[in-house]
Design a protein around this ligand. Structure first.
Ligand code: PLP
Length: 397
């Protein structure tokens, strides 16, 4: 069973006696009933060998945790109520006052915002680094650095970093005596784009992988959930104990929706990948467009790393317009699209787009393009209809 698409469907799960169905049962509980005081005192919540309280997991959430860990090639998984909560949980589990966290300049925006607001107010500093330059990361690692975020590719702009080189910079820093944080530097990857299908986060050097299950694993654009996966029991227990203390529970009905989505995830990923590459390639030939950003395109930043490390690509591409088009014209272009609706999320059935003000989002290195940028997320509609939709909106420019 070497293929993810098979593993996601055939998975060890013990059904109730005499009722073996294709889908696992849905269990819901706030509280668990114990048969005796002795049982209540002895129940082990630390290793998930028993059930203690709804917030700490049910048979349904444990099943989903096991499947997400398998999908990512990890051993331990913790579910949280959103992808952003997965990022925040890792930050809270690892960082203490006086520590520093390093975040790629092209990271998912709310990851930076949490660091700049809450973490800063708790005495934890953050710096942005250029993810396309491992030397920049190496130069920013200090005695204070405890956590390095990685993201592949960058949110919105889709530059694909050299993950093994970034991880090697952290390993070299950890190996220099007296130079590194006493507890060592941990790498955590936002793996929402790869979804556990495009590449193995742990094989490329991450210690922790987080995902917004909101995107591909759900696939329905109707549920929010996140996961934190690792192969290290020590890191898992740090995350798990923090999870116990902050009350990040997930509902059984939401877990059911994600379990259902997993069955079709590999097929959706492949279909949306093919459609996205077709549209991105076509978009490159349009006279209004200065650049198309998608890691499978040879002149997109990080193409060589993507080609070396990935088996596929997610459903996102961004188009940079020629500088003669004003933001007002680009906004009108977005408004005139009929099938691509305006919305932030992605990997659901409906195609979406968002215009971004790129220069305002960069700190470590100035944004190189002059024209405005629109990010497209390709859904499950017929690709010819999507292309015709962009064509009519471009003609309106
Ligand atoms: C959507 C997204 C998240 C956050 O997920 P939510 O479930 O919406 O909180 C995190 N990282 C990336 C890269 C995302 O695209």
């Amino acid at each position: 069973m070497s293929h993810s698409s098979t593993q996601l469907i055939h998975h060890p799960y013990t059904p109730p006696a005499g009722f073996e169905a294709v889908s696992p049962a849905v269990h819901k509980a706030s509280t668990i009933i114990f048969p005796s005081v002795a049982a209540l005192r002895n129940r082990d919540w630390k290793h998930k060998t028993g059930y203690t309280y709804g917030l700490h997991g049910t048979p349904t959430t444990f099943t989903l945790e096991e499947r997400i860990a398998t999908l990512e090639g990890g051993q331990f998984c913790t579910l949280v109520p959103s992808g952003l909560a997965a990022i925040v949980l890792v930050d809270m589990a690892l960082l203490k006052a006086g520590d520093e966290v390093l975040i790629p300049d092209n990271a998912y925006g709310p990851n930076k915002a949490f660091a700049q607001a809450e973490l800063a107010s708790w005495g934890i500093t953050c710096q942005m680094y250029d993810p396309m330059n491992p030397a920049d990361l190496a130069a920013k690692l200090t005695l204070k650095t405890r956590l390095v975020w990685l993201e592949a590719p960058g949110s919105i702009t889709l530059e694909f970093p050299d993950l093994p080189a970034l991880a090697a910079a952290v390993r070299a820093h950890n190996a220099s005596p007296g130079q590194a944080h006493p507890q060592g530097v941990v790498t955590a990857l936002d793996n929402t784009w790869g979804a556990g299908l495009a590449f193995n986060a742990f094989a490329l050097g991450a210690d922790i992988s987080v995902q917004a299950l909101t995107k591909y694993p759900s696939g329905g654009a109707d549920v929010l959930m996140g996961s934190v996966v690792t192969n290290s029991e020590a890191l898992h227990l740090l995350v798990h104990f923090c999870h116990m203390r902050v009350g990040y529970g997930v509902s059984g009905n939401d877990a059911e929706l994600v379990l259902r989505g997993l069955n079709s995830m590999a097929l959706r990923y492949a279909a949306q990948d093919a459609a996205t590459r077709q549209l991105a390639g076509w978009m490159q030939g349009q006279p209004q467009i200065a650049a198309v950003l998608h890691p499978a395109l040879p002149d997109s930043p990080g193409h060589a790393q993507w080609k070396r490390d990935c088996l596929g690509a997610a459903c996102l591409f961004s188009a940079v317009f020629r500088p003669e088009f004003t933001q007002a014209q680009i906004d009108r272009f977005c408004d005139s699209l009929q099938l691509f609706r305006l919305g932030y999320s992605w990997a659901g059935p409906m195609s979406l787009c968002v215009p971004y003000d790129m220069p305002a989002l960069r700190v470590a290195k100035p944004w190189p393009h002059k024209g405005g940028l629109v990010r497209f997320s390709v859904g499950l509609e017929a690709v010819a209809d999507l292309q015709a939709d962009i064509a009519q909106a471009l003609a309106g420019l």
